[in-house]
Design a protein around this ligand. Structure first.
Ligand code: NAP
Length: 314
């Protein structure tokens, strides 16, 4: 175990929220470290195209993630690739523990760890993960060139990813449990205009079957008639929302019924100096631009918190 020196701010998570917080913290001269267990960029990095980041009409998620990272590094933000195992609130300072044994004491902590894809929890889903079951079209779509795929879900993610897959696959079936999509109107129009995509309304996938080469068919059920059917497919991409990654949130922090963390308008939790931003924070819209705005807000609030704390100690 290595006890690190006191930091003004530890940011946990390197998606758009965390990286923006890092940029603002460096500009505010806070002694900051950002800890990310995977590659910086978060969900943004595995998104095909981003068309609602103001100022750039169209950019790949990967490129936008690289831009965020380059920008943060231009301010010499200290970025460590390691898993955080615990965040312990304290009266004097907070403690962030890493899987490698390192321990960071900090005046403030910004938690920006987002969510993970929700599962359907149906037979075959875990068994054939990586053998035709996927939660990332940009990562795995390449393997389905000129093949048939099923996409499950009716939100922005499912429709965006179905459109991406339609560029590669021979046929895409979008399976949605209702008769109306949840996705925004632009995506709805695009998906209905794409000849390679057929929407199977009022339908759920109940089972995934495979042969020696991987996924071979899905079993479907009509939600209105309960009628069952089978559909041959080479793969299934599941985009039915996501679960908040709230495992690191200190006990006693208020969350809503779905596990999203409640904060004040600064992103501050009921623990002074601990902030939650981005998709893990309870809010109306989960967007890159919103996560980024929350990162900026929380970093400015953290700077004010640190200044007030240090001022009161003199
Ligand atoms: P979402 O908006 O929560 O949509 C999930 C979809 O999956 C819904 O259509 C839902 O059906 C369906 N679903 C949920 N559980 C299901 C189950 N067990 N079986 C079958 N279907 C199920 O999730 P998302 O699309 O991942 O988006 C998450 C957030 O990120 C949203 O706020 C979204 O706007 C945002 N986002 C934005 C963009 C963009 O702006 N370009 C891109 C991606 C994501 P019902 O409709 O019947 O509930």
């Amino acid at each position: 175990m290595t006890q690190k020196e006191m930091h003004d701010l530890v940011i946990v998570g390197g998606g758009p929220g965390g990286l923006t917080a890092g940029i603002y913290a460096q500009r505010a001269a806070l002694k900051t470290v950002l800890i990310e267990k995977g590659l910086p960029g978060g969900q943004m990095a595995s998104t095909d195209t981003v068309e609602n980041w103001p100022g750039i009409k169209n950019i790949t998620g990967q490129e936008l993630a690289e831009n965020f990272l380059t920008h943060a590094k231009s301010y010499d933000l200290d970025i460590i690739q390691e898993e955080v195992t615990a965040i312990e609130p304290g009266l004097d300072y907070h403690t962030v523990r890493l899987a490698n044994g390192d321990v960071y004491p900090a005046h403030t902590v910004i938690i920006a760890v987002g969510g993970s894809p929700k599962k359907l929890n149906i037979p075959g889903e875990d068994e054939y993960y990586g053998k035709g079951v996927s939660y990332c079209a940009v990562c795995d779509g390449f393997f389905f060139r000129n093949k048939t795929v099923v996409v499950v879900g009716g939100g922005d993610s499912a429709t965006e990813e179905a459109l991406y897959l339609a560029k590669l696959a021979k046929k895409v079936y979008l399976v949605h449990r209702r008769d109306e999509l949840r996705a925004g109107m632009i995506l709805q129009k695009r998906i209905k205009a794409e000849p390679k995509i057929d929407i199977l309304w009022n339908s759920i996938v109940t089972k995934i079957n495979a042969d020696d080469t991987g996924v071979s068919e899905v079993e479907l059920q009509n939600t209105l008639t309960n009628e069952e059917s089978r559909l041959a497919t080479d793969g299934i991409f599941i985009f039915v929302g996501f679960d908040p990654n709230n495992q690191l949130i200190p006990a006693g922090t208020p969350m809503d019924a779905d596990g999203f963390v409640m904060t004040d308008c600064k992103g501050e939790t009921t623990m002074p100096g601990i902030y939650v931003i981005g998709d893990l924070r309870q809010k109306y819209a989960k967007q890159i631009v919103v996560a980024s705005g929350e990162g900026a807000t929380a970093a400015l609030a953290a700077a004010h918190f640190v200044e007030a704390k240090k001022g009161s100690q003199h």
